[in-house]
Design a protein around this ligand. Sequence first.
Ligand SMILES: C[S@@+](CC[C@H](N)C(=O)[O-])C[C@H]1O[C@@H](n2cnc3c(N)ncnc32)[C@H](O)[C@@H]1O
Length: 413
Amino acid sequence: MPKYTEIREKLNINVKKPDQTELAYLTHFLHTYKNGASHYFEEPATQYLINILDKFDKVSEPYFQPYLPIEWDIPFPSPKKPKFKFIDLFAGIGGFRLAFQNLGGKCIFSSEWNHFAQKTYEANFGEVPFGDITKIDENEIPEHDILVGGFPCQPFSIAGVSKKNALGRKHGFKDETQGTLFFDIARIIEAKKPKTFLLENVKNLVSHDKGKTFKIISKTLKSLGYNIHCKVLDGKHYVPQHRERILIVGFREDLFKNQETFEFPKMPEASHVIEDILEKKPDSKYTLSDKLWLYLQNYAKKHKAKGNGFGFGLANMDGISRTLSARYYKDGSEILIPQHGKNPRRLTPRECSRLQGYPDNFIIPVSNNQAYRQFGNSVVVPLMQAVGNEIVKELLKLNEKHTRESNSVCTEL
Ligand SMILES: C[S@@+](CC[C@H](N)C(=O)[O-])C[C@H]1O[C@@H](n2cnc3c(N)ncnc32)[C@H](O)[C@@H]1O
């Protein structure tokens, strides 16, 4: 059986620049081979193969047979006997994918437009996500049970569209959310009708634009036929980091009849401390220079004098850190590690990955700056897994019920 890493080499699967959609088709095809979703990707994947073999002058292999099935020798292969299918939108580096694969799910579609994030995703999952979601036709996404995605928060402006115009339309959301990334989630949900979904966003989404943004989101999701459950949860129960996020879970009303017994999981006691995630011998390059350390101290003093609490955050080894942000690469001031007899240091990329609950075999194939951005944008994996577990329980219960019903119809016949 050929190994994925050999195929990667042979077929030139290497994310070097934006918009390498042909690699997304190819890797999606390799992943969905013979599982009912492959026809979505087969034609462009075959075209890519023909082109590349032409280039290498290897006309003797006109189709994929020599490559399939594959031994997925990457850190996080899909489960062998998946229990459900999901899609990963605004995928970043795959925090959701990791969580839902751990729950027995097979990812059959991913989208992420940043090519550095695509590179990390491919290195770990053997799949290049498709790019800009706004350019993806919803009908080209395979059927799935669960849709997951942490979408960027944007204000909704209905300027230019009169309310009257929106009235009487089946789904007013098209007018109210047009031009935002939530609109893209809504149109995919409308077209594909996943049984359930899990959306994630910053806690501020709830109060954003005086609550209007969140109201439109909930209204839209309900209008699409879903029963909604929302809660703000803190990652600190699973990792030593204060990270509050709003989670929005939806269940299709026509299937679950609003009778799902879903509840957000009870949070375990927060027992993780910063010390747990530190590397033993971090490189000295992570120690702040005298100049930067002085600057941060003066900056903090100035702001304190003005009554602002902002400034650097020296982490308490027995405690938890502030929220890791995508800006951490700038100076790392929000989470600094004190050191005996030295200036404090910033976290290493591996420590950032641990702070988000990634296992140590997660490959980091990009520069430190990109890695800080990627982990700063990510979800806390075990928190998503805990919430996902409650969703999957409901989904499997529903599937069992349907199997029982269809069996009893068969016996009656
Ligand atoms: C908050 S991050 C999600 C991170 C992800 N949940 C993870 O665990 O790594 C949002 C992601 O959406 C991506 N994004 C923003 N606009 C996009 C678009 N139009 N199409 C595809 N991806 C987009 C960004 O590049 C970013 O990686």
